[in-house]
Design a protein around this ligand. Structure first.
Ligand code: DQA
Length: 142
C-alpha cells in the first residue's frame, strides 16, 4: 500500500531548527526512518517536504485523486490555512495529523487551533520523530 508523508514549511531544517523543540534528527534522516518503518508495516512510504503552500495543495489534490493515505505535518499552515483545510476535506483515504511537538501545550495561542484535525482519523502530537512511526502504524491498520 502506497502512503504519503507530507511535511510543510520549515520542516526541511529539522535537526538545525530549534532542536530544543524539534530534536536533532534531520529531515533526510526522518525520511529514511519513515521508509524503513513503512517497510516493516508493509507500506510503500514516500516522504516529501515543501515550503510552498501551492505545492502542498497539489500533493494533497493528487492524494485525493489517487485515494492515497496521508500522514500530514502541515506545520504552521495547520493553524491558519483554509486552503489546506479545503484540500484535507477532499481526501478519501485516511489522514493522520502529525506534529513533532504538542501544539496544544505550547504558549502561542495560534498553535491551539488546527484546520487539519476535523479531517484526521487521529492526531499524533508531542512524540517527536517517533510520532511519524505511530502515524504509519495507524495508517497500516485503517
Ligand atoms: C509543528 C508544530 C507547529 O505549530 C509549527 O508551526 C511547526 C511544527 C510540529 O511538528 O510540532 O512548524 O507542526
Amino acid at each position: 500500500v502506497k502512503v504519503l508523508v507530507l511535511n510543510g514549511p520549515n520542516l526541511g531544517r529539522l535537526g538545525r531548527r530549534q532542536p530544543e523543540i524539534y530534536g536533532h534528527t534531520t529531515h533526510a534522516e526522518l525520511a529514511h526512518q519513515c521508509v524503513a518503518w513503512g517497510r516493516d508495516l508493509g507500506l510503500d512510504v514516500e516522504v516529501r517536504q515543501t515550503n510552498h503552500e501551492g505545492e502542498m495543495l497539489d500533493w494533497l489534490n493528487g492524494a485525493a485523486d489517487d485515494g492515497t493515505p496521508v500522514a500530514l505535518n502541515a506545520a504552521a499552515w495547520t493553524h491558519y490555512s483554509y486552503a489546506i483545510f479545503d484540500a484535507c476535506a477532499q481526501l478519501t483515504a485516511p489522514l493522520v495529523e502529525v506534529h513533532i511537538s504538542d501544539p496544544h501545550q505550547r504558549p502561542e495561542e495560534f498553535r491551539h487551533f488546527s484546520v487539519v484535525t476535523p479531517y484526521a482519523v487521529e492526531v499524533v502530537a508531542g512524540h517527536g520523530i517517533d510520532g511519524y512511526r505511530m502515524a504509519l502504524e495507524i495508517l497500516a491498520r485503517t
